[in-house]
Design a protein around this ligand. Structure first.
Ligand code: SF4
Ligand code: SF4
Length: 159
């Protein structure tokens, strides 16, 4: 994402547009405390993903920057930020609103959405494998084999 943008590129209605969608109602209540970012498992592994910054950009009116950014697809919808926000901003729902607007306004292509779906599906399979391993439903070696096979199969399927 660009860090600088000129004022004539800003869309002052963007925050109202987001706020008008179900789940986006509380966006203007954000006081930028950063609790969402501090607890986010995605921010922990990739600092480019910063929920607090995304909200500031929406409030500033950086519509094109936000909707065309790949980072709005990074969230794994774990709801940690949702549960911890002192202002009940519901950032997980705001992510869904931003994705909806990005699709509606033509910022993403269908083949990209298909890939995101496939990645989420793979991540779920791997997660279940690990949980089954931790709960002793399957041996560690078996989980390792399954994960490797699933990743290889996925990479092949993506051409
Ligand atoms: S935790 Fe809530 S109030 Fe704090 S920055 Fe995140 S969204 Fe804003
Ligand atoms: S719901 Fe998304 S933004 Fe919120 S903590 Fe989880 S991964 Fe991070």
């Amino acid at each position: 994402m660009k860090d600088k943008i000129s004022s004539d590129e800003l869309d002052k209605n963007f925050k109202y547009e987001v706020g008008a969608q179900p789940g986006g109602e509380n966006i203007k209540k954000c006081f930028s405390c950063g609790t969402c970012t501090a607890g986010c498992p995605v921010s922990e592994v990739d600092e480019e993903f910063n929920p607090r910054k995304i909200i500031r950009m929406v409030l500033l009116g950086m519509k094109k920057e936000v909707l065309s950014s790949k980072v709005i697809w990074y969230c794994c919808s774990c709801y940690t930020c949702y549960a911890q926000c002192p202002q009940n901003v519901k950032f997980t729902d705001i992510m869904a609103v931003l994705r909806y607007l990005a699709i509606k306004e033509g910022h993403v292509r269908k083949d990209f959405l298909d890939k995101v779906y496939n990645i989420d599906n793979l991540a779920q399979k791997i997660r279940l494998d690990i949980i089954k391993c931790l709960t002793k439903e399957q041996p560690v070696d078996k989980a390792g084999e399954n994960i490797t096979a699933k990743v290889k199969e996925f990479i092949k399927s993506q051409g």
